[in-house]
Design a protein around this ligand. Structure first.
Ligand SMILES: Cc1cc2nc3c(=O)[nH]c(=O)nc-3n(C[C@H](O)[C@H](O)[C@H](O)COP(=O)(O)OP(=O)(O)OC[C@H]3O[C@@H](n4cnc5c(N)ncnc54)[C@H](O)[C@@H]3O)c2cc1C
Length: 327
């Protein structure tokens, strides 16, 4: 058993902390921001590998997470996870890389008998499969409530300070600080990708089905129902603005109009807008799950881009394996 300090209470930090505790480790969690001010609180958050590399590792982590979330949806409704029927529109009928391990993946062709493709915005193909959808409003508190020790609210200015802090007594520090890792780990490979979603009353949108079209990266569309609302997205844009530590970027009202107009092309016309939120995805050329070369007491787990919810558990299991091999 190891004494572990986990930094960060986004979905990556909390899932890592819970996974380590389940495996018998003593865990302390430290975070600068919590609740609605972390990126993880604004996510869709559906299982789908999106803006995360490299594909081989992402597929493996996504598969582990998919099974974990699916089991959770059956065992505990308060975890905020439900399994939806997902439709992903495509230009190709070749099995996509992310679909290789999905047992119930099936292909539909526009115009085929029984296929309602009138609202596919010209897409020739659609992949149907079941996908767990997480509601961060329930899931993040659910994860946190399972931890044995309350989260310590503190901004860390150096990883080695945490490792050397005798009052914490950590054998290992797991760095799950998302974009904050850019400064803490002096990592120039991580960069923010702006995203915005419009949260609406569901109207007539089917609460059991989700729909997405990522064929044009500049005009991404998705509609993700929750139990009481529907999330309309999306957008993935380079970001060169400034936000104060611990805050989220302001949504762009023009983009809200664009997103709703785009949704209408797919037949999605929700009722009232409940709120509009934006966040910065912590994108890195490769998700970083590895031991620090200079200080092996540090394990990094950040840079999950647009897939934090999709790969959190797979990454956490890998981190736990590293802790155990080194402990
Ligand atoms: C609009 C939008 C939609 C999305 N939709 C999806 C989706 O449908 N499916 C999906 O899988 N993913 C989705 N994502 C991506 C997902 O939200 C991210 O990959 C995920 O939230 C990253 O989680 P994280 O825990 O690494 O980072 P964060 O949630 O940003 O958490 C980082 C934590 O580290 C702490 N921290 C940072 N620096 C310090 C420091 N110096 N000292 C102490 N603590 C520190 C912060 O306070 C915070 O607690 C979406 C993202 C956006 C913006």
């Amino acid at each position: 058993m190891a004494d572990v300090v986990v930094l960060g209470v986004g979905v990556i930090g909390l899932t890592s902390a819970l996974t380590l505790e389940e495996r018998g480790h003593r865990v302390r969690v430290i975070a600068a921001s919590t609740g609605a001010s972390v990126t993880s609180s604004v996510a869709g958050a559906i299982w789908f590998p999106f803006w995360a590399e490299p594909r081989e590792r992402v597929s493996r982590w996504a598969s582990v997470t998919r099974h974990w979330l699916t089991d959770l949806s059956r065992s505990d409704a308060s975890a905020g996870v439900d399994v939806l029927r997902m439709l992903e529109l495509d230009d190709s009928d070749q099995t996509p890389w992310w679909g290789m391990e999905i047992e119930d993946l099936s292909l539909e062709r526009a115009g085929s008998r029984g296929v309602d493709s009138a609202r596919w915005n010209g897409a020739p193909f659609g992949w149907r499969f079941s996908a767990p959808r997480v509601d961060p409003r329930h899931h993040l508190p659910w994860l946190e409530a399972r931890l044995r020790t309350p989260v310590l609210r503190r901004t860390v200015s150096s990883l080695s300070d945490v490792v050397d802090d005798r009052s914490l007594g950590a054998d290992v520090v797991v760095n799950c600080t998302g974009l904050g890792a850019g400064r803490l780990a002096r990592d120039e490979q991580i960069r923010p990708l702006f995203g915005q979603v419009v949260v609406c009353e569901p109207g007539t949108f089917d609460p059991g089905s989700s729909m997405a079209d990522e064929r044009d990266p500049k005009a991404v569309f998705y509609a993700i129902p929750r139990r009481d609302e529907v999330i309309i997205g999306g957008c993935t844009a380079e970001w060169d603005g400034n936000v104060a530590d611990g805050t989220l970027p302001a949504p762009d009202p023009n983009l809200t109009e664009v997103l709703l107009a785009r949704a209408a092309r797919y037949g999605v016309e929700p009722r009232e807008i409940l709120r509009v939120v934006a966040g910065l995805r912590p994108y890195r050329t490769a998700v970083r799950v590895e031991r620090d070369a200079a200080d092996p007491r540090i394990i990094h787990n950040y840079g999950h881009g647009g897939s934090g919810y999709t790969i959190a558990r797979g990454c956490a299991v890998e981190v736990a394996g590293m802790v155990e091999r080194g402990a």
